[in-house]
Design a binder for this molecule. Structure first.
Ligand code: TYD
Length: 213
């Protein structure tokens, strides 16, 4: 069995950048690393991702959204994450089940017990060994996310960034509560500093926890 690490946090917290850097560092150290993301990570889940992030789909009800995240995850786990872990690889995933609890549970205020059951249904016995929450104030994260959108003008993917500030405060708080409730799996890393500074924090969190090669 390999080792499964998930990167979580609000928009613009820097998790995707840090995931890439961690993958490069671990590959240089000789580890066999797979990087992936949710929603998405394989063609069927990517097609579901396109529906979820399309700004034209603002009429989507929260329950439909929840079920689509679960459907994308079931496919991704079966097709990508499960096989990679069984081959002994280190899997780094940009968002996973905790995003559903934070966004659909704390953010959209759907029943968290139901979400927990759906997470288990979709992911089966695949659970992260380590979850890093890149934490930063909402105004810092949204500021970075907006700058990125303006630069790339990926207008159709900006549905979530348009949500209210309060929504993102609930999500940040949700991640911190999840981390506090399961301190053995989670590490909260300060993501408000510079990229290199945060990378050092991330690597000192990951390296001592990896299984011996
Ligand atoms: P993405 O462009 O990957 O955002 P980011 O770079 O911030 O990760 O879009 C993913 C969006 O999907 C993001 O707004 C969080 C949301 N999401 C959920 O609401 N629930 C989930 O279960 C997952 C995996 C993501």
């Amino acid at each position: 069995m390999g080792f499964f690490i998930t990167f979580e946090g609000i928009e613009g917290c820097g998790k995707s950048t840090q995931l890439r850097r961690a993958a490069e560092r671990l590959t240089r150290e000789g580890y066999d690393v797979v990087i992936t993301r949710e929603p998405g990570g394989c063609p069927i889940a990517d097609a579901i991702r396109a529906i979820l992030l399309d700004a034209d789909n603002s009429a989507m009800v929260p329950l439909a959204e929840l079920l689509l995240y679960a459907a994308a995850r079931a496919q991704h786990v079966a097709e990508v994450i499960g096989p990679a872990l069984r081959e002994g690889k280190i899997v780094l995933c940009d968002r996973f089940t905790d995003s559903t609890l934070a966004y659909q549970g704390y953010g959209r205020q759907l029943d968290r017990e139901l979400i927990g059951q759906l997470n288990t249904l979709a992911a089966g016995d695949i659970r992260p060994h380590l979850t890093l929450v890149l934490d930063c104030p909402v105004e810092v994260g949204l500021g970075r996310a907006m700058a990125r959108i303006n630069a790339a003008s990926t207008a159709r993917e900006e549905r979530f960034e348009q949500e209210s500030r309060l929504f993102h405060e609930r999500i940040r708080d949700g991640f911190l509560q999840l981390a506090a409730a399961e301190a053995g799996r989670f590490l909260v890393v300060d993501g408000s500093g510079g990229i290199e500074e945060t990378e050092d924090l991330v690597m000192t969190s990951i390296l001592p926890r990896l299984p011996r090669r």
